[in-house]
Write a protein that binds this ligand. Structure first.
Ligand code: SF4
Ligand code: SF4
Length: 204
């Protein structure tokens, strides 16, 4: 299964808008990832949309077979280590299988979380509840210093709501009437296929 040209264009527009929002806030805060000793690609994130998974698979499948196998091997190791950490009751902190030398090898196809982690953000849920995200530790330090007097509530935030509404619409359009919840790490998305979901096969 592949995304149509229109679905792909819509996802890329959503990503662009998120990027623009991110850059605007980063500029106001004078924040960048340059020289950061931390690398948040070792953060434990799950991804929740089929549309992003299909987009990612497009980039992954364009790699040579040898390269795909290499990444699948790394993804296996990632999952083993994650399982061990979870069994110890710890939140896994393992470098993403796609990160090489600090850089993402499928940068164009990276996920929403990879694009938005960093600066403060907010989003309004369908039930009206507003969720806020403080940004990464480095950015939180900047905010705490810059807004020490006024309070961090006065710091700029990316409003992700309009983009997430569009993403939810796009996802619905792809899933059509199926009610499927996706909750996978990148490693799991490397090792499994989204194909079965819409054809009614087993999920994974
Ligand atoms: S988002 Fe924050 S933690 Fe991650 S690399 Fe950038 S500055 Fe470092
Ligand atoms: S997909 Fe790329 S940007 Fe996202 S965590 Fe992995 S290496 Fe980092």
């Amino acid at each position: 299964m592949k995304l149509t040209k229109e679905q792909k264009a819509e996802l890329e527009t959503i990503y662009d808008l998120l990027q623009q929002g991110y850059e605007k806030v980063a500029e106001t805060l004078n924040f960048s990832c340059e020289g950061c000793s931390d690398n948040c690609c070792d953060s434990w994130f799950k991804h929740h949309t089929l549309v992003e998974w299909l987009y990612f698979r497009e980039g992954f499948e364009a790699l040579s077979i040898e390269r795909q196998q290499e990444l699948q091997q790394r993804a296996q190791e990632y999952l083993q280590q994650a399982e061990q950490a979870l069994q110890r009751g710890e939140r896994p902190q393992i470098m993403c299988p796609l990160n090489e030398g600090g850089l993402c090898i499928l940068y164009k196809y990276r996920f929403l979380v990879c694009r938005t982690h960093g600066v403060p953000a907010k989003m309004k849920r369908p039930d009206g509840r507003v969720l806020t995200f403080p940004g990464c530790f480095r950015c939180q330090n900047i905010v705490n210093n810059k807004y020490a007097m006024a309070g961090s509530n006065f710091a700029p935030r990316v409003n992700r709501t309009p983009m997430l509404i569009r993403l939810a619409k796009l996802e619905k359009n792809i899933l059509y009437i199926k009610n499927i919840k996706i909750d996978k790490t990148i490693a799991e998305m490397i090792l499994s296929s989204p194909e079965n979901i819409l054809t009614g096969g087993s999920y994974g």
